[in-house]
Design a binder for this molecule. Structure first.
Ligand code: GUN
Length: 282
């Protein structure tokens, strides 16, 4: 069977090029799309993520405002900053990199973001809007996966879709988005009995488990499309996903690599949300 590696990096680059054009048009109207990027503390992984997001902003022409705050920032200070950024008419998106240091209530901070600027799609209002099919920002990893499937000409309608993982950021919104596209959805998690029996039914399998190389060929159906959300640093320093890529590759009709699959799409969708926010607030 011919195997198709789904090139997330290439598709993300196409989206970023399209966004660049949109930003040029906005700038002709004197609107500069602006994203406030808030990083608290010194989590090394978060620093890398934030730096990649700012690089994407630079490429597209989105202005990024950097707020790098010390580990001992208080919840009150952060809430004050959210209020300030909500008020600013020149700020179109607010991104608070998670996790926040101990002692700061993440939910409270997320809820302080104006849903109109919630480009991460984490605010309860955004999540609620998604669940009833109203307009609102959608979490970037699952929306990136839908875009990846569409641009790879993979039909979702009528397909058996299995999502492994039920996080608020990936698993749950992923299930809702696949449902919106008329897939038949099953969500699995750590308490699922006979996981293999369920994942083997999937035409489209989304792995967001958080365990390196967990999904092997025994978990998949011949010809399935496999989307790997995981990213892990192995002992040999190489990155891998939740899927054992080498073990599965001969059995699938499509699979995302790690790196270069879902990750770049998450950033592309964040950029898309920023541009959309600037367009709608304009
Ligand atoms: N931490 C891990 N993933 C994300 C993300 O997509 N957005 C934010 N803000 N923080 C994260």
């Amino acid at each position: 069977m011919e195997t198709k590696i789904i090139d997330g990096k290439k598709i993300a680059n196409e989206i970023k090029k399209e966004l660049k054009e949109k930003v040029i048009k906005l700038k002709e109207k004197n609107i500069i799309p602006t994203l406030a990027v808030v990083l608290v503390g010194k989590d090394e992984a978060s620093k890398v993520y934030v730096s990649n997001k700012k690089k994407a902003c630079d490429y597209i022409g989105i202005r990024s405002l950097s707020y790098e705050l010390p580990e001992d920032t208080t919840e009150e200070q952060l809430l004050d900053l959210m209020n300030e950024l909500n008020e600013r008419e020149d700020v179109h998106g607010i991104l608070v990199q998670l996790p926040l240091p101990n002692g700061i209530n993440e939910e409270k901070v997320i809820q302080a973001i104006d849903p109109k600027k919630d480009v991460d799609g984490f605010h309860p209002q955004s999540v609620g809007a998604l669940s009833i099919g109203h307009k609102g920002f959608v979490s970037c990893t699952p929306s990136g996966i839908i875009e990846l499937l569409k641009r790879s000409n993979i039909t979702i309608e009528g397909k058996e879709c299995v999502v492994v993982g039920r996080s608020n950021i990936v698993g749950k919104p992923m299930a809702l988005l696949l449902l919106r596209e008329n897939g038949t959805i099953t969500v699995c998690h750590s308490r699922t009995k006979d996981l293999k029996e369920v994942t083997k039914r999937a035409d489209i399998l989304v792995a967001a488990i958080g365990k390196p190389k967990f999904i092997t060929k025994e978990y998949i159906k011949e010809g399935a499309v496999i989307i790997d959300v995981g990213i892990h640093r192995q002992e040999n320093k190489k990155l891998c996903g939740d899927v054992d890529f080498d073990d599965c590759i001969d059995k699938v009709s499509g699979i995302t690599p790690v790196p270069g699959g879902v990750g770049p799409m998450t950033i592309a969708m964040l950029m898309n949300n920023c541009v959309e926010s600037a367009e709608s607030l304009a």
